[in-house]
Design a binder for this molecule. Structure first.
Ligand code: ACO
Length: 323
């Protein structure tokens, strides 16, 4: 017997406003064709002016709770993965906690940029397995539209806003890789690469700043590091690439997604792809893809899933879980 963190609910929220690539043609020297071919992105959602990350996160959390048939009273902890919290403090997670009417337990944010959801899942799993929480709401939520430089065509066309959430619950398994729940995690970072992808502002520098990225340099790291972390996590779970039903990757660029699947020897039929509709929503992209993948009828109970993500830091990692 072994404790496992099992997904019992999933949900997402996307802001109403949909922005097609053609919108950028009006203000920038770019084209729908360039954006589609180089990134796979066709459209993205942008939050309304008065809509914040904790609003998106709360909506996604409510959808996940409804899917689980639970209420906020059933939850012991909330973790929000975000780099775009409403305020410097308190955390977006405590704002969600208040909005859900949850007066017990604890809530905090995790900041690992695009890898944030993988880091949050791994932390939630550790809290559950160490007996500190039985049910954890894990949310990825971002408003990257707030940190775009709208004059920089190499970044502002790539990102979007959104949120996704999972409810994890402690259940007893057999201790084998046939169990439902999180089977293995693998986390990595290497701060030597901090200049490849960063925001040129922050509290200590007294500004908000804009996202800066050497996209082609990040690209060079992505496929190799994502493949390695996914295979490491699968190996820890005693599984191989051929056991995978679904890769649910961070949705940054279709070419990175295709390159990683190819390197893992898996066809694109085994990959959940949402990048065309959402753009890169950073820490929200994986829970969004899990929720949409379930809605589409792709992800079913018992499926073996590997999620993988890389982002600013660089920070990267993977989680293997049976749905
Ligand atoms: N429209 C038209 N041309 C453009 C645009 C645009 N929107 N953006 C850049 N270009 C031009 C460049 O100026 C360059 O022109 P030049 O050759 O005259 O200098 C040319 O297109 C090629 O630029 P590259 O950057 O080499 O293009 P690339 O094929 O690498 O694609 C992209 C760029 C989409 C950014 C890609 O590198 C990528 O996806 N990188 C990884 C992004 C990523 O995964 N980030 C990690 C997660 S994000 C996070 O953690 C927050």
């Amino acid at each position: 017997m072994a404790g496992r963190s099992v997904v019992v609910g999933v949900g997402h929220y996307l802001p109403e406003r949909v922005v097609p690539n053609s919108e950028f043609e009006k203000t920038l020297d770019t084209s729908d064709e360039w954006i589609k071919t180089r990134s796979g992105i066709e459209r993205r959602h942008f939050a309304a002016e008065d809509e914040t990350t904790s609003d998106l996160a709360t909506n996604a959390a409510e959808a996940a709770l409804a899917d689980a048939g639970l209420t906020a009273d059933d939850i012991d902890a909330i973790i929000v993965a975000t780099s775009t919290a409403d305020l410097t403090f308190p955390s977006a997670a405590t704002m969600v906690q208040a909005r859900l009417g949850m007066t017990k337990g604890f809530a905090f944010d995790v900041q690992a940029v695009c890898a944030g959801f993988v880091f949050a899942l791994s932390n939630a799993n550790a809290l559950i397995l160490s007996g500190q929480a039985k049910r954890v709401l894990v949310i990825g939520a971002e408003t990257f539209s707030r940190i775009m430089d709208w004059t920089d065509r190499s970044t502002c066309v790539l990102f979007g806003d959104g949120a996704g959430a999972l409810v994890l619950e402690l259940q007893e398994g057999e201790g084998t890789s046939d169990d439902r729940g999180i089977l293995a995690t693998d986390l990595n970072s290497d701060g030597r690469y901090k200049d490849l992808l960063y925001v040129d502002g922050g509290v200590s520098t007294q500004s908000t700043g804009h996202l800066r990225m050497q996209g082609n340099q990040v690209f060079r790291h992505a496929v190799e590091k994502l493949t390695k972390t996914a295979e490491t996590a699968l190996g820890t779970a005693g599984l191989g690439n051929s056991d995978v039903d679904w890769i649910v990757p961070h949705q940054a660029n279709i070419r990175i997604i295709q390159g990683t699947a190819k390197k893992m020897g898996l066809p694109m039929e085994n990959v959940v792809v949402t990048v065309q509709d959402h753009g890169n929503t950073s820490a929200a992209s994986i829970p969004l893809a899990l929720s949409v993948g379930k809605q589409r009828g792709q992800i079913k109970q018992g499926d073996l899933i590997v999620t993988e993500a890389i982002g600013g830091g660089l920070a990267w990692g993977a989680v293997v879980l049976r749905w």
